[in-house]
Ligand binder design. Structure first.
Ligand code: DP6
Length: 363
């Protein structure tokens, strides 16, 4: 028993988790529908200053007489507040119980990208935490088992244990609600460009927003549709069918935001620039399919115009444009052309691992 460190990447949901099941204790974070995601890493860290990675170190020792946790930023260490510590303890205490230990801990975590700004910081944070905690406690747990513990801290974190594409089975108990890999990195050709509209902390946290989901008249429809879409998109990913994946992911995002906007109180995570990017994606795609049809009919001989791209937005204003890997440059240009500066654009590829143990410790 001792010290361990882990890295974890965040994920972008293609089928969203938004709302906990009311049939189970809320602390278990059992969702209302299955969800699907891609674990992601940034390519252009140098220009964006954003590295989609969390690094966490935890140490259990008799020298500690209380549990402490800190966020490492460029400034001095910031102690986690009471609410944050409560979430951390949900994961750590559950693992401590499995290891049958009462030792206290010190933990330091560093996000190499803005925390709580819709870039899914909680997903990588709790995946890293579950991974290094289990290791420090000498628990030999596989990724599926670890995903259950990560879920206790944050639902979406359950999916960040694995690389590539991931399916979170909603389940109906702590033991049956877990995430598993659909396919490994690069078995399905898709990439993304994120337009970072706002690097600040979001005004309404996911857990507060998710509480309100049940008040939307569209919520049950969204739950039913998402469940079907999760199964359809899984098959499309396995078939390398980008068009079907893009269409379903975009629809699912709009279902979730329709629920958010019609909840009580209403929740609008979009900013004017979010909508500007959405319209640009739709126009660029329309142009792509129009030219494509004309080339097919022999009306036009020239190169294709536009690109096939789709959008998805999590609980924040930042927007992911999904495209094929070979269209990344074109997708970046499309966003820069509407006035989003290069430093606010993050090019994203699939991460080959979700979380992993590393030798580098933060203290
Ligand atoms: C919109 O996992 O952040 O990103 O369980 O309260 O921590 P908590 O919620 P969280 O919610 C994620 C919401 C989402 C969709 C998704 O990632 O599936």
């Amino acid at each position: 028993m001792g010290k361990s460190s882990a890295y974890a990447h965040p994920n972008i949901a293609l089928i969203k988790y938004w709302g906990k099941s009311r049939d189970h204790p809320p602390n278990l974070n059992i969702p209302t529908n299955d969800s699907v995601s891609m674990t992601k890493e940034s390519i252009n860290t140098a220009t964006s200053g954003i590295d989609l990675l969390t690094h966490t170190t935890i140490e259990f020792s008799e020298q500690y007489n209380e549990d402490t946790g800190f966020l490492k930023t460029n400034d001095p260490l910031i102690p986690f507040n009471e609410i944050q510590m409560k979430r951390i303890l949900k994961v750590v205490d559950a693992l401590k119980q499995s290891a049958n230990t009462y030792l206290h801990f010190k933990m330091i975590s560093q996000n190499k990208f803005p925390t709580a700004a819709g870039l899914a910081s909680s997903s990588s944070a709790f995946a890293a935490l579950a991974t290094c905690t289990a290791d420090a406690l000498n628990l030999n747990l596989d990724k599926i088992e670890l995903s259950k513990y990560a879920r206790l801290g944050s639902g979406s974190a359950s999916r960040s244990l694995h690389g590539g594409f991931v399916y979170w089975n909603k389940g109906n108990s702590h033991d049956t609600s877990y995430a598993e890999q659909i396919c490994a990195c690069n078995e399905f050709n898709i990439a993304a460009v994120i337009a970072v509209i706002d690097r600040g902390k979001k005004e309404v946290s996911s857990d507060v927003g998710q509480e309100a989901a049940h008040s939307s008249v569209f919520n049950q429809i969204k739950i039913n549709e998402s469940q079907k879409q999760a199964i359809e998109i899984k098959k499309a990913i396995q078939d390398d069918d980008f068009t079907t994946v893009g269409k379903i992911a975009e629809k699912n995002c709009l279902y979730m935001h329709s629920v958010m906007m019609t909840s009580e109180p209403p929740l609008f995570y979009w900013e004017p620039n979010t909508l500007k990017v959405i319209k640009t994606v739709l126009n660029t795609r329309r142009q792509f399919f129009q030219t494509y049809k004309m080339i097919e009919k022999g009306i036009k001989q020239k190169e294709k115009e536009g690109i096939e791209c789709y959008f998805t937005v999590d609980a924040g204003p930042n927007i992911h444009c999904l495209c094929r890997t070979e269209d990344l440059d074109a997708a970046q240009n499309m966003i820069q052309n509407i006035g989003i500066p290069e430093k606010n654009i993050v090019r994203v590829r699939q991460a080959d691992y979700g979380s992993k143990i590393v030798n580098e410790h933060l203290f």
